[in-house]
Design a protein around this ligand. Structure first.
Ligand SMILES: [Zn+2]
Length: 332
């Protein structure tokens, strides 16, 4: 997080999976921009390519996001950036084939049957490998709302659209990264692989964006701040994303705080202090929890952890005793 509030517990940004988007309404979908359509269509193309390489993959959500798209999936193969080259090769074939994104409207019964046979979110029926996430997503489609598939080549996905007309309309794309994500953002739910990519109307736009990413990396405040000796990161002492402020950085912090205090004082504010650790109710009252829950540290469970530690200590002592007994029986 860029604006760190000292009273707010902050978790490492990269380790926390992004929240899953709410299901888009048909109205929201109709408003998707051309670029969003290109990107979402590219998620279908990526799924097609993944299935050609690893046919057991099960797909969940695949929305466009700020800088591209992702698709969440479960797969026996753990996809890593080393797989991107061959995955992109498969994607290029699907784009070159210039398949139409064909819309099919089906009944709920048909959709459930297709999900049960593994056909939904697949290239063919997959006996014994039902499209479990699609089955669940079907339950979220309100009664009376039309259920539609989109088909490109052999790939059929449960989707309300919209897409570009043909796979060939995806001008340029690139797979960017992989992450872990929980299904529907629920920590109790299955953990999925999230593959991110981006797509643009043409190669020039993609290359421009990639160049900007490089520039942004060069201008990364975490890198520059460390180079300027403002702060240091040291995973041995603190968690990731938690800087240790050095004298120069400390001086900047103090000056900023002084400015904040003066500005607030002039505006008639008075300051209060809260402890750094508080109960959930405090963060609800402060308004942090409803908006920042994803980037906050989870609640501490002191008693549970103490009990667990005691159980483990007792178990280790018992194993020690057994080991001592065994060594006594060993022939001298
Ligand atoms: Zn779609």
């Amino acid at each position: 997080m860029d604006n760190q509030d000292p009273n707010q517990p902050v978790a490492p940004p990269a380790a926390t999976p992004a929240p899953n988007p709410e299901r888009k309404s048909l109205d929201d979908r109709a408003k998707m921009t051309e670029l969003e359509r290109i990107r979402h269509s590219c998620a279908h193309v990526m799924a097609t390519a993944i299935l050609r390489l690893w046919p057991d993959a099960q797909f969940a959500y695949g929305p466009p996001v700020e800088n591209g798209f992702y698709y969440d999936l479960e797969c026996s193969h753990r996809i890593s950036p080393e797989d991107f080259a061959k995955l992109e090769e498969e994607m290029k074939k699907e784009i070159k084939a210039n398949n139409v994104f064909e819309k099919l409207t089906v009944t709920r019964e048909q959709a459930i049957a297709d999900a049960q046979s593994g056909r939904l979110g697949g290239l063919a029926e997959r006996p014994g490998n039902a499209s479990k996430f699609k089955l669940d997503l079907l339950k979220n489609i309100p009664e009376g709302e039309p259920i539609s598939y989109f088909k490109n080549g052999d790939f059929i996905d449960l989707c309300a659209g919209p897409h570009v007309m043909r796979t060939g309309n995806i001008g340029a794309f690139k797979l960017t990264t992989v992450a872990a994500a929980y299904y529907k953002g629920d920590e109790q739910g299955p953990q999925l692989q999230r593959i991110y990519g981006t797509a643009f109307k043409n190669k020039t736009a993609l290359e421009e964006w990639l160049k900007l990413q490089e520039e942004a990396k060069r201008r990364d405040h975490r890198k520059i701040g460390a180079e300027m000796n403002l702060f240091a990161f040291d995973a041995e002492f603190t968690g990731p994303g938690l800087p240790l402020w050095l004298p120069k950085g400390g001086a900047i912090l103090e000056e900023l705080e002084k400015l904040a205090k003066e500005t607030e004082f002039q505006a008639g504010y008075v300051r209060v202090k809260t402890p750094h650790l508080a109960r959930e109710k405090m963060y609800k009252t402060s308004g942090h929890l409803p908006y920042y829950a994803e980037s906050m540290f989870p609640p501490m469970q002191m008693d549970e952890q103490r009990e667990q530690r005691e159980r483990l200590t007792a178990r280790v002592a018992e194993l020690d005793r057994q080991l001592a007994g065994m060594s006594r029986q060993l022939p001298k």
